[in-house]
Design a protein around this ligand. Structure first.
Ligand code: TYC
Length: 113
């Protein structure tokens, strides 16, 4: 069986000059994700927060109660991670719902690391 010698011209362009392997791995780009967080306050009723988590974040009553208690005890909790557009919509829905019911509940978003 005949094998051709490996020529510099056969190398990928970025190592043809020096023969040093410098081939770069193309990084696959994933869209950034955003954490949506609920903040604690002294006035919003616990039942209202539970309702928000059920209504806008698709949680069961038990899940919602657990997350609400985490926010109450720790000051805040991530309640979901979404695309930028979905996260913005969730924040707007929660803030609007809280405002309409005259509760000071705060919901924010932050880019994931
Ligand atoms: N701390 C509130 C209370 O004692 C309950 C509460 C929980 C408020 C979570 C906001 O995001 C919140 N009534």
């Amino acid at each position: 069986m005949h094998l051709e010698p490996l020529m510099m011209a056969d190398m990928p362009e970025d190592e043809s000059e020096t023969g040093v392997m410098t081939k770069t791995k193309p990084k696959t780009q994933r869209p950034p994700r955003y954490k949506v967080m609920l903040l604690n306050d002294d006035y919003t009723p616990m039942e209202f927060v539970v309702m928000v988590l059920e209504r806008f974040f698709g949680m069961t009553h038990a899940q919602a109660f657990e997350i609400m208690l985490t926010v109450h005890k720790k000051g805040l909790a991530v309640v979901g991670v979404f695309s930028h557009e979905i996260a913005e919509t969730k924040v707007a829905q929660v803030m609007d719902f809280a405002r309409r019911h005259q509760h000071p509940l705060q919901c924010t978003m932050e880019k994931e690391d």
